[in-house]
Structures are given as structure tokens and as C-alpha cells.
Design a binder for this molecule. Structure first.
Ligand code: ADP
Length: 331
């Protein structure tokens, strides 16, 4: 279990994490979601004792990280995958880490195999692609067979196959009863990976609920209707409180009314329907809307309101359910 209580971190006059309280429980994947700059990495550093909170408290398995006698056996973390000695082989990197905690060679082989690095384990880690570096970081996190995993943006740099692999791995680790806390700025990726979401913006808590509930709450339901008598149907539905957006002569997009009601009203008026499809709005768009005021800088303006070149999008992603790869994994 991970517990944050009124966690606050200020850097000078910048508040990176602002009075965050949440609990991450075992047995499910908890997504830590927020636009870039929301304070996810800072929170994770605070949990792992790599930074001191200005205020508040963070505990893992009931203790402060620094009080854990064999930390790697309790919590495995992936924060900065590139934090490796570049001249060392992947195998030696893992072996060095293992030896600091009395973990044997057999486990090093096991984790290298688990993350698919066995073939390149003797190669210099410095020559690894971003995706392979992520795999090495995940192997390191798993070395101590910990009951808690804290992974900061683990899909960054993975190709689509790698993304599916890490998603499956996280779900398997959670199903084994471990606590899995994983950050991402990608709504669509988290929607298909996490059971539960903790959403932050500008260091503050925005939502702490099941992924299902978040999707239910955030995305507007709409109904696509096609009818040869669309204009009359539009009048009937509007009179009952629906909001109608016509799409050509025969199609309507209906909001503020559920599909069964649309069908009932059409039947009552003997209006022929060619299509009646419930749809959801884009989850990514809903997330952007939700965190809009929490994104550090809006496009086109800097912190002081001056014009700046457009920043990288705070949230990227393709269509619903798809897991976009940010960069290819070069082997
Ligand atoms: P995220 O991981 O959600 O992208 P971060 O935790 O990296 O967000 O950053 C949150 C905010 O805190 C950002 O505005 C960032 O610039 C700022 N920040 C993070 N670390 C430091 C630091 N060491 N010194 C000053 N500001 C920092």
C-alpha cells in the first residue's frame, strides 16, 4: 500500500505538488494521470524519499522509504530509465544493484528474461535505445520481487508491441496481489491499462476513482441517428429536451437523451430509423477539458503571458482505446 497525506512540495515559489492525499491499494493497477508538469514525477520522488516534502507525509507499506530495511524487496521503482552507468553491460548493471541487497545471480537472469533482454544482456547499456532502457529499468525495479511497484511513464519509448507487453506485465503483477502505481500523461493508454485512476493537474488532485467511473463521468454520451425523415425527428426530439446537431439531410447527433428514448419517440411518431447508435465522446478530449485549467502553459503563451513557440501537446494520443507509441524502439 502507498499512502500520501497532504503531500506538498515547493521549489522556490513554484508549488509542484499541492496538498495531495491518496491511497494506492494492492491488487489493481492504479494510473497516476496528469498533463506534463502536473507533478507526477515529483510525487513519485517524494514517495521514494528522493526529495523531502515541504509539508505532508508519504509512506510505503506503512513506513517512510528511508526506514525500509531492504527497500528493493518492498518497492521497485522506475523513475529515470537512463540512470545507468553507460559503460556497464545490462547484466552487470542489474548484478551491481542485486548485490547491494543480497539478491542472487539467478534472479538477475530471471528478470533479464522476464523483460526480454537476455539476448542483449552482455551489451553496453549506454548503447541501448530508449525502449530497451525502459525494459532494463523495469528489470531493475523487479529485481527484489517487490510487493509495490512505482513506475514513472514506463511506456515512453516503447513500440506498440512493447506497450502491450508492459501493460500485460503490470496487470499480471497487480493480479498477483502487488500494488502497481504507474504514471502517464496519456489518457487513452491509462484507460486500457489501469483499474483505478488518480488524476492530478498543477499538483492538485482532480479525481480519485475507478477508470470506469472516470470514463462514465468525463465523456459525454451521444446518439447517432439516421432517418429519411430526420428533420421531423429533430423537431420531435428537441421538443423533449434533446440537443440536436444535424449532419447532412438524414443524420443527427443527439445529446442530452439516451438511445432508447430516441427510439421510443421515433416509434411513437411512426418515424422510420435507419440507424440508432449510442456513442461516447473522445476520452482524450474529455481529459484535456478536465485538465485544461491545470495545464502549465496554454499554447502560445509563456508563464508571463508572452508569446512562445507552441509547446509539445500536454496530452497526446490517437483514437479511443488505441495506445500510441511515442517513439519507435530501435534495436
Ligand atoms: P510531471 O511528472 O507531471 O510531468 P513534474 O513533477 O516533473 O511533473 O513537475 C511538476 C512541476 O514542478 C513542473 O512545473 C516542474 O517544472 C517543477 N519542478 C520539478 N522538479 C523541480 C525542481 N527540482 N526544481 C524546480 N522545479 C521543479
Amino acid at each position: 500500500m502507498i499512502e500520501a497525506e497532504h503531500l506538498t512540495k515547493r521549489y522556490g515559489d513554484k508549488t509542484a505538488v499541492d496538498d495531495l492525499s491518496f491511497t494506492v491499494v494492492p491488487g489493481r493497477v492504479t494510473g497516476f494521470l496528469g498533463p506534463n508538469g502536473a507533478g507526477k514525477s515529483t510525487t513519485m520522488r517524494l514517495l521514494l524519499g528522493l526529495d523531502r516534502p515541504t509539508r505532508g507525509d508519504a509512506r510505503i507499506a506503512g513506513r517512510h522509504y528511508r526506514d525500509l530495511p531492504a527497500p528493493m524487496r518492498v518497492v521497485g521503482a522506475l523513475l529515470e530509465a537512463r540512470a545507468v552507468h553507460t559503460g556497464r553491460s545490462a547484466y552487470n548493471h542489474l548484478l551491481c544493484l542485486a548485490q547491494t541487497q543480497g539478491i542472487g545471480r539467478r534472479r538477475v537472469d530471471e528478470v533479464a528474461d522476464l523483460v526480454g533482454l537476455t539476448d542483449v544482456a552482455r551489451k553496453r547499456a549506454g548503447g541501448f535505445s530508449l525502449g530497451m532502457g525502459q525494459r532494463l529499468g523495469i528489470a531493475a525495479a523487479l529485481l527484489g520481487d517487490p510487493s509495490v511497484l512505482i513506475l514513472d511513464e514506463p511506456v515512453n519509448g516503447l513500440d506498440p508491441e512493447g506497450i502491450v507487453w508492459i501493460r500485460t506485465l503490470m496487470q499480471r503483477l497487480a493480479a498477483q496481489g502487488r500494488t502497481v502505481f504507474v504514471s502517464s500523461h496519456l489518457m487513452n493508454e491509462m484507460a486500457v491499462t489501469a483499474d483505478h485512476l488518480i488524476v492530478i493537474g498543477r499538483g492538485r488532485l482532480i479525481a480519485d476513482c475507478s477508470t470506469e467511473e472516470f470514463i462514465e463521468r468525463s465523456t459525454e454520451k451521444m446518439v447517432i441517428v439516421r432517418s429519411p425523415d430526420a428533420a421531423r425527428l429533430a423537431d420531435v426530439l428537441a421538443a423533449e429536451g434533446a440537443k440536436i446537431t444535424p449532419d447532412g439531410d438524414t443524420a443527427l447527433t443527439v445529446t442530452h437523451m439516451e438511445a432508447p428514448r430516441v427510439g421510443e419517440l421515433a416509434a411513437a411518431e411512426r418515424i422510420v430509423l435507419h440507424e440508432l447508435t449510442p456513442r461516447r465522446g473522445s476520452l482524450e478530449a474529455a481529459f484535456m477539458e478536465l485538465t485544461r485549467d491545470s495545464v502549465e502553459y496554454g499554447a502560445g503563451t509563456g508563464p508571463d503571458g508572452t508569446a512562445v513557440p507552441p509547446p509539445a501537446p500536454a496530452v497526446d494520443g490517437a483514437s479511443d482505446g488505441a495506445a500510441p507509441a511515442e517513439q519507435g524502439e530501435n534495436r
